[in-house]
Design a protein around this ligand. Structure first.
Ligand code: SF4
Length: 665
């Protein structure tokens, strides 16, 4: 029996047979709206199809103008758009995979003044109050789904996924919290489900019988007054009888304040929800959320929790995920670590997505790793994210590479970050580089310091300097002082943290240090109040539990504003909630006066505060490390990552600069 036998067994969706049970889930990339973006999108999907995924679902396309996520956002409502979609379907089919178009009507999540919804209720995550859909408006919306599906079929798609979860329009009709209507579209569950049913019927009637229809069903709303489990089961059964070929799992509305896809969410954390539905319907069920490893996928399928698994971000991180798994090379998979930094956070900033660990994602036509005509000996100084990336890329392009690291192991700041609770996934990136550097013959010299005096001994043709950063000592009276330590001292384990701690800083590193000091003794479900009994509508317990740190943590920031103000939108709110749950006391706008034996003295709003603490942990930025700081760099040396520019730790920039440097020689 081959590797991952359940993952690689065929499955039928309707009459269409798929070679394996993995679907690349829907993921908006931003290329959908870019000029000539469909050419890039076709290359993006083609690479994933070549990598062996059985089925791909596109990012969401609205069936009409009102349903677009923002003005100018992707939509499929006119015949004139068929031609560009054919670029995608042709590219995917030529590379042996199938592809469905996701139809997504944003409802009240639309970020424009023409947003519509079942009732005139503004979403907590939107600026715009939606217009109430009239009976005629509802009928037109249903027809627009049929038209969109027909256009998708004419564009060569193998099917559609109807987005019925995450709090978008269909979900808004389903939930009594957002549907206050008293006509045939609101009130009883039968009425609230009418829109979903009619849309499915319309799509089925508009397309041929072999056309795949997947419905993404919100199985766990994670909002107060969401749907009850009984209602969700009732809807799933009705969808099946109306011709849906598979049900994908939706977890949590976008406005829910429970993490569902971030790094601290355990792998496969929501497969139990899909599993609960297994005995209720006879069509394939697809499990989702934080499945990023073929072993996790295989276990879910082998345990009978689902018939298929969906992964979206893991295919940004590694287009050849499935091929590697099938060939027994799963150690070579570049694992998605659920950081959201270069994908979803970029999308929320209206930029094109990419991937922190794979900067080629969505740049397939721009970044190409071509074989060199002039193989050189490349010396890379520093084995943090920039150095590992540069060394691997240069070796992949055909150079002889030596990677020098002054400490005993590679990984740099990724290793430090992996010590923080919920950030263990960073070890996967180090594992990936370790395996791939060995595979491509990179010589790794640990415990080796390169400096101007010994560099010539290594007979290197070109140097890449990726020597990283070191913590910066701020200008505060009393420093240096034995009470004051750096984030590096604490995260590396060199210093044992005390019971009363003041952290100076409010950025990502300060939050990481606070999270490192928190206990996290409770399970994920307990911490966030998820009700596995599904007795409460929405799947939430009536009270969630605060965690108690067992130590007193103060966070003191010089600047004004919330902690983590510069962190990505997808995770900043989670970290702030964690700080609150762990009773971290936060002071912004602090003027630091002195650090001494008595702790830290600062002025806040005209008041002088003395905090007696065991330690002051300085998270006050970094400065570049450059062994050639006082002598000229060897000719042609490239300086990348933190050595090039210190600042907030940015592994995405480091890995990207490494890849660009390694491929440019
Ligand atoms: Fe995964 Fe992070 Fe890459 Fe997004 S940026 S695909 S979350 S590794």
């Amino acid at each position: 029996m081959g590797h991952f036998p359940h993952l690689f067994s065929p499955i039928k969706l309707g009459s269409v047979e798929l070679p394996n049970r993995c679907m690349m889930g829907s993921m908006h990339t931003g290329l959908e709206e870019e000029k000539n973006g469909f050419i890039k999108l076709a290359a993006f999907y083609a690479e994933r199809a070549r990598g062996g995924v059985g089925l791909i679902v596109t990012g969401g396309f609205s069936p009409n103008r009102a349903g677009r996520l923002s003005p100018g956002a992707s939509m499929l409502a006119h015949k004139s758009e068929i031609e560009k979609h054919r670029l995608i379907t042709k590219a995917v089919h030529e590379n042996g995979s199938k592809i469905c178009l996701q139809i997504l009507h944003a409802g009240r999540y639309a970020f424009h003044p023409f947003a519509v919804a079942p009732s005139r209720l503004k979403a907590p995550i939107s600026r715009f109050t939606p217009w109430t859909l009239s009976e005629r408006g509802i009928r037109k919306t249903i027809s627009s789904y049929g038209r969109c599906a027909k256009l998708a079929m004419e564009s060569g798609y193998d099917g559609v996924e109807i987005m019925g979860s995450e709090g978008y329009l269909i979900n808004q009709f389903l939930s009594p919290s957002t549907n206050l209507r008293t006509d045939q579209w609101g009130g009883s569950s039968e009425n609230r489900q009418r829109l979903a049913q009619e849309i499915v019927r319309e799509v089925r009637n508009a397309t041929h019988p072999d056309f795949i229809i997947i419905f993404r069903l919100s199985m766990l709303d994670l909002i107060k007054h969401g749907q009850s489990w009984g209602e969700i089961v009732e809807l799933a059964r009705a969808l099946e009888s109306n011709g849906v070929n598979a049900i994908n799992t939706g977890i949590g509305w976008h406005e829910a304040r429970i993490p569902t896809i971030a790094m601290m969410v355990p792998r496969g954390a929501f497969a139990w929800v899909t599993s609960r539905m297994k005995s209720e319907v006879n069509i394939p069920l697809i499990a989702t959320n934080r499945i990023n490893d073929p072993h996790v996928a295989e276990d879910i399928l082998a345990d009978g929790k689902a018939d298929m698994v969906s992964m979206a971000r893991p295919f940004l991180a590694d287009p050849f995920f499935m091929a590697k798994a099938k060939e027994g090379r799963s150690e070579e998979i570049n694992t998605c670590i659920a950081c959201n930094q270069s994908c979803l956070d970029q999308i929320f900033n209206r930029k094109t997505a990419s991937c922190m660990v794979n900067p080629r994602a969505c740049r397939e036509t721009e970044i190409q790793l071509l074989p060199t005509q002039n193989s050189l000996h490349i010396g890379v100084v520093g084995a943090g994210p920039a150095g590992m990336s540069a060394a691997l890329t240069a070796a992949q392009c055909g150079h002889r590479v030596t990677l020098f690291e002054k400490s005993g192991e590679i990984g740099g700041l990724l290793r430090l970050a992996s010590r923080v609770h919920g950030k263990e996934e960073f070890l996967e990136t180090i594992r990936y580089f370790n395996v791939m550097l060995a595979k491509h013959g990179v010589k790794i010299m640990t415990n080796t310091t390169i400096d101007p005096a010994n560099a010539h001994l290594w007979h290197v043709d070109r140097w890449i300097l990726s020597s990283g950063v070191k913590p910066r000592l701020p200008e505060i009276k009393g420093l240096p002082h034995p009470l004051a330590v750096s984030y590096e001292d604490v995260l590396s384990g060199r210093v044992d943290p005390g019971r009363r701690i003041a952290i100076i800083g409010s950025g990502g590193i300060a939050i990481d240090v606070a999270r490192f000091l928190m206990p996290f003794e409770r399970s994920f479900d307990e911490t966030w109040g998820i009700d596995r009994s599904l007795e409460q509508p929405g799947g939430l317990k009536t009270t969630s539990v605060d965690t108690y740190p067992g130590r007193h943590i103060y966070m003191l920031a010089r600047s004004e504003g919330k902690p983590g103000a510069r962190l990505g939108k997808t995770t900043a709110w989670i970290h702030r909630l964690e700080l609150r749950k762990s009773r971290v006391q936060y002071f912004d706008g602090c003027d630091f006066l002195e650090i001494g034996d008595g702790g830290i003295l600062f002025r806040k709003g005209g008041e002088i505060v003395q905090l007696p603490v065991d330690q002051v942990i300085l998270c006050t930025g970094q400065q570049s490390v450059n062994p050639w700081a006082s002598s000229p760099l060897p000719e042609g040396t490239m300086v990348i990552g933190g050595a090039h520019k210190a600042g907030e730790l940015d592994a995405a920039r480091a890995i990207r600069e490494g890849m660009l440097a390694g491929s440019s020689i």
